[in-house]
Design a protein around this ligand. Structure first.
Ligand code: FMN
Length: 134
């Protein structure tokens, strides 16, 4: 049995193989959130200009399961692992997968602007890294 407090956080950047549609993103989020809920995984997903940035946190064995699903997903490629680190508490305890669309997405889908805002430290770091690789 794993220790209940064997918590880790994993972050990565990737590139979508084609421009994600609003529906495509919603479908992805639905499937991801369902799996995350079953496995006690929380986190954030950012999408802007065909780039993804994600931070997930949870018990090590569950994070490894999610990481495998993420790496096997053909909707994105050039997956670059940023960091895996042990944490003592979660940054997003109430978010199965909080979604932030960047400027580009908000222009196309103004309704999404409502879910953006209140950017935390992780999101800002990821956005900056995403921009640096564009
Ligand atoms: C950018 C991106 C982020 C993802 N994030 C998660 C995630 O947080 N949790 C998860 O279980 N799967 C995640 N996935 C994987 C997909 O949700 C999942 O493997 C895919 O939709 C297949 O799901 P299905 O088995 O329901 O068909 C992600 C995939 C991509 C491309």
């Amino acid at each position: 049995m794993p220790k209940p407090q064997d918590l880790i956080e994993l972050s990565y950047l990737s590139e979508s193989v084609s421009d994600m549609s609003f529906l495509g993103l919603m479908r992805l989020l639905e499937s991801a959130r369902a799996f995350n809920q079953k496995h006690g995984v929380t986190g954030i997903l950012l999408y802007d200009n065909q780039q993804f940035g994600q931070v997930i946190e949870g018990e090590r064995q569950n994070i490894m399961k999610v990481w495998k699903r993420i790496q096997e997903d053909k909707r994105h490629h050039r997956i670059e692992l940023l960091e895996i680190r042990e944490i003592s508490s979660r940054s997003f305890p109430t978010w199965l997968l909080r979604f932030y669309g960047g400027d580009t997405l908000i222009k196309d889908y103004p309704a999404l602007a409502e879910v953006v805002g209140g950017m935390d430290k992780h999101s800002l770091e990821l956005i900056n890294k995403m921009r640096a690789t564009q």
